[in-house]
Design a protein around this ligand. Sequence first.
Ligand code: FAD
Ligand code: DLZ
Ligand code: SF4
Length: 509
Amino acid sequence: MKILRLILGDQLNPNHSWFKNTDDEILYVLMEVKQETNYVLHHAQKILAIFAAMRDFKITLTKENHQVIYFKINEKSNQQSFKLNLNPLLTQYNIQKFEYLEPDEFRLDRDLREFCSEISIPSECFSSEHFYTHRSEVNEMFTDKKQWLMESFYRYMRKRHNVLMSEDGKPVGSKWNFDHENRKAWKGEPKVFEDHRPTHNHSELWNEITEAKIKSFGNHNASKFRWPLNRKEALKHLDFFIRNILIYFGDYQDAMHKDETRMFHSLISFALNTKMLSPKEVVSAVEKSYLSNQLSINAAEGFIRQIIGWREYIRGYYWAHMPAFGDQNYFNHQLPVPNWFWNGKTKMNCLKYTINQSLDDAYAHHIQRLMIVGNFSLLVGINPKSLHEWYLGIYIDAFEWVEMPNTLGMSQFADGGKLASKPYVSTANYISKMSNYCEGCYYSKSERLGDKACPFNSLYWNFFISKSKQLGKNPRLAIVNKQIRDMDPNLIKDIQLQAKKIIKNIESV
Ligand code: FAD
Ligand code: DLZ
Ligand code: SF4
């Protein structure tokens, strides 16, 4: 029976059971299509990375004697959508069955189901064999719960998959979570490692993308392209990280610095999300390094929590709440994304550095995404859906299943606090503690009112004052709410006026 198997741009796992045996009756197809490049405005490096990795994957499969059809972006026969390209293939190759791997994105899942219902041959969807959990596992755990708790899911995962567990069923190190030890600021020591990622020249591919008139933004950096683009490169990158850098990950997880964009983060999210790496092999390599005494427990546990905890939990949250989730807007925030989010031109140092770095590298680490860009966006009231599109476009690792819950749920509280029990917002105090951004900033981190006052300082208090209806009874915000109750009414007025002025002049802050 002649079978056509579709591989999406984030399904590049050469170890998938599909590829164990070769079979002349099976045809694989990969497509570079405008349907996917244009549904949000993407960072140039994201388009380059996906196309380059897909092309590399095609070569790997061909070398292993699989039969692969590949639609390059400018190929004449490319009709620029999955369905439009698939339909003619079915007749051209006399296909008797269509198969695909479960997409991670709701939109494509729905589209491919629809496609299968429209064609006259049988079809089948296979597991991507990537995640620890199945799509509804997290939902099943939290059915009927008002508040979802990552920590309880995380402990369940540690036990279920026997990760960092002692023989007596207790967590190694006698504690489940060493997060409170992971809050150091970075003052120049230990030294951050040179970027050890491979360098590729993808100028030719960039020309093809430009020729195809695909709109993008950010620095394409095609001639010195730094992201690992296949499994071999990704494994080498992971190994270097575990051997040399991970030891500092836990301590400096929240630290930010003007001169060091990466700090001690792994930069593995693109390789993981495109499935070149499997989360299981990452976790097992880290656990092995801990067990051979090369890592502290807070580094190993802190990192493993991100993978078996946050990553799987976020995915389960996505599938439990789609499709309605995308429209959540608990605070009814309607401000458009400021123009300077696309060019980094702001006087606010923390945002200037984070956004410029994101435009240059298609990367910012978690605290920059959450406590700089997300923090500011929530305080001024940017529309969560527009912000989601910005995040989905700009980061190399952004795929909707992981980006949307992080943006709408964790960062913007748009679900009313189901994912995050309180909003992640702060004044300049936190930013100055965790970074050196405030040094030399146009604004003064210690002032709340006046033209030079740091915008975060009035925006923070204005946020809680104006959201008292929604947040006034939140037990985790008891201190903030009491401080507001005790505040001089004149000060409250001044704060509100200051915040209003900032929001009105958002394009020139
Ligand atoms: P490290 O800090 O080295 O962490 C290791 C790995 O842990 C990551 O590669 C990732 O796979 C996983 N991880 C850590 N935190 C999270 C988390 N909150 N959710 C899911 N996985 C996590 N991550 C994405 O992969 N894609 C996104 O589009 C994305 N969008 C985000 C948007 C916002 C607003 C926020 C606050 C976070 C977002 N994250 C996203 C989570 C996190 O910021 C990135 O996974 C991380 O910065 C990737 O860099 P790294 O590989 O160096 O991660
Ligand atoms: C993000 C992306 C882009 C930019 N381009 C393609 C493409 O041309 N072909 C493809 O198969 N996939 C692409 N992707 C990834 C998909 O848009 C989508 O995000 C994931 O498959 C969903 O998990
Ligand atoms: Fe950011 Fe305010 Fe510090 Fe400037 S002073 S870097 S705007 S927190």
